[in-house]
Design a protein around this ligand. Structure first.
Ligand code: UDP
Ligand code: MG
Length: 310
């Protein structure tokens, strides 16, 4: 078997209008490299006929391989499966909706040839997305950047090229709640960014509604930071400190005849406030414990119903 230089991974969830165009564009770009390449389409439980189309494409082309999931497992898990099945010396993760222009893959490859092991694509502009999406995405990247222990580059998605060495390390990290761009930053080696203009979706709607984005954000934060757990102790110290100051102040005011702190309002407000803070802290604890529980169960990350033939 010939050695494959470039693997391209694309997760697909209900993208029937896009698949053909995507494969065509990838083929056009990759054929210019005159080296062996493969395209791995990971079908993440599509229900719109994408599955059948992917099957057809895989059987009619030598370069296309299909991994078909038993159900929808989510984008990050689909990409993980792609990494598991990829055989190339370099592996590029790309969205199937053509928001990440396939032509940019050549720029990523160029940097890889210069000796970088992780080449991530940085969005200098985003087209055709709502202000809400852009705003939440921008806020998300900045919060993650501030509170996590690894340096995750700003405005960078999963569109990136990874060297075989990095892929092997990634494949050994089997954590259940995955934030791949954080994981690949965490690994280290020589990393560099390449700017590109993120295009509008070729067709169809985003498959990342707010709920899924929130889940990804929580995975990113809990996966790479203890900060939320520590916030409870900061609040504890602050309110205990406040109480220590308040006790003598109120005692003195009472003795001097002031009626300022009498009545239920102040009591009610402080009980509600502290109750709220405690419940939020419990919820944060719950987020981490739930993740621990998932790790303890040790279930497989995904179930494949059809694996590539070769
Ligand atoms: N995707 C997936 N599983 C999901 C959601 C999305 O495999 O549960 C794929 C989707 O088909 C696309 C890529 O992940 O190829 C990125 O999704 P999308 O374009 O909807 O996200 P956005 O660009 O809007 O953030
Ligand atoms: Mg998209």
């Amino acid at each position: 078997m010939t050695k494959i230089t470039y693997s391209i991974i694309a997760p697909i969830y209900n993208e029937i209008e896009i698949i053909d165009e995507f494969c065509k564009r990838i083929k056009m770009v990759m054929d210019t490299t005159s080296e062996a390449w493969e395209l791995i389409l990971v079908n993440d439980g599509s229900t719109d006929g994408s599955t059948e189309r992917i099957r057809e494409l895989a059987s009619s082309s030598e370069q296309i391989r299909a991994v078909i999931f038993a159900r929808n497992f989510g984008h990050q898990i689909a990409v993980t499966a792609g990494l598991d099945y990829a055989r190339g010396e370099s592996v590029t993760i790309i969205d199937a909706d053509l928001q990440d222009p396939p032509e940019v893959v050549l720029d990523l490859i160029e940097k890889w040839k210069e000796g970088y092991q992780v080449v991530y694509a940085v969005r200098s502009e985003r087209e055709g997305e709502s202000w809400f999406k852009k705003f939440t995405a921008s806020l998300f990247y900045r919060i993650i950047y501030k509170i996590t222990d690894v340096e995750i580059p700003l405005d960078t998605g999963d569109f990136r090229l990874l060297d075989r060495k990095v892929v092997d390390v990634m494949n050994s990290m089997r954590e259940k709640h995955r934030f791949l761009r954080g994981m690949s930053s965490w690994i280290g080696y020589k990393q560099i960014g390449v700017e590109y203009k993120r295009a509008a979706r070729f067709a169809g709607e985003t498959k990342y509604p707010f709920k899924k984005m929130l889940k990804l954000a929580l995975n990113a934060i809990t996966g790479f930071s203890y900060f939320p757990l520590q916030v409870a102790s900061y609040f504890g110290f602050a309110s205990a400190g406040l109480a220590i100051i308040a006790i003598p102040v109120v005692a003195i005011m009472r003795m001097t005849g002031s009626h300022f702190f009498e009545g239920q309002t102040t009591t009610l407000i402080s009980v509600l406030f502290l109750g709220g803070v405690q419940l939020i802290s419990l919820g944060i604890l719950g987020e981490y414990i739930g993740r621990l529980y998932d790790e303890a169960k040790g279930r497989p990350l995904y179930i494949v119903s059809e694996a590539p033939e070769d």
